[in-house]
Design a protein around this ligand. Sequence first.
Ligand SMILES: O=c1ccn([C@H]2C[C@H](O)[C@@H](COP(=O)(O)OP(=O)(O)OP(=O)(O)O)O2)c(=O)[nH]1
Ligand SMILES: [Mg+2]
Length: 149
Amino acid sequence: MDIELKILDPRMAERLPAYATPGSAGLDLRACLDAPLSLAPHACALVPTGLAIHIADPGFAALILPRSGLGHKHGIVLGNLVGLIDSDYQGQLMVSAWNRSDTPYTIEPMERIAQLVVVPVVQAAFRVVDAFGATSARGSGGYGSTGTT
Ligand SMILES: O=c1ccn([C@H]2C[C@H](O)[C@@H](COP(=O)(O)OP(=O)(O)OP(=O)(O)O)O2)c(=O)[nH]1
Ligand SMILES: [Mg+2]
């Protein structure tokens, strides 16, 4: 699918997001920083990417997700856990980088810190009812109601 992309920082022109392999779902996002950014244990910082996208079609959105290596090995995940990019957002893509570990971590300029996944979206139209039209097998059971084994 075709998505408009604006380069907000000229350094990103030669580092545009690209799928690393033919089967990749995510596009790595880089930290568009002028200097290394030290993230103290448990600190969070909003990191610019130097890019803006306009998905435009409300049938799609993008998710910002952690990179598994950074998250698992260094505890660098996202302060908002998952970033949701609305189809009408035209501002800079920002990554909320959260150091959930007990060790400081330094984000280097242009380091790949998160990944973007474009996903289909359905906008629901709600129809208010007094009672649901059908009874489901689950009913109102939740929170572990099906057990663990
Ligand atoms: O990790 C993120 C999350 C969001 N955004 C941008 C795109 C998104 O479309 C917009 C709003 O995000 P969201 O709706 O999650 O935040 P909000 O707190 O509800 O803000 P708003 O009131 O602007 O919707 O911020 C990012 O750049 N990075
Ligand atoms: Mg919102």
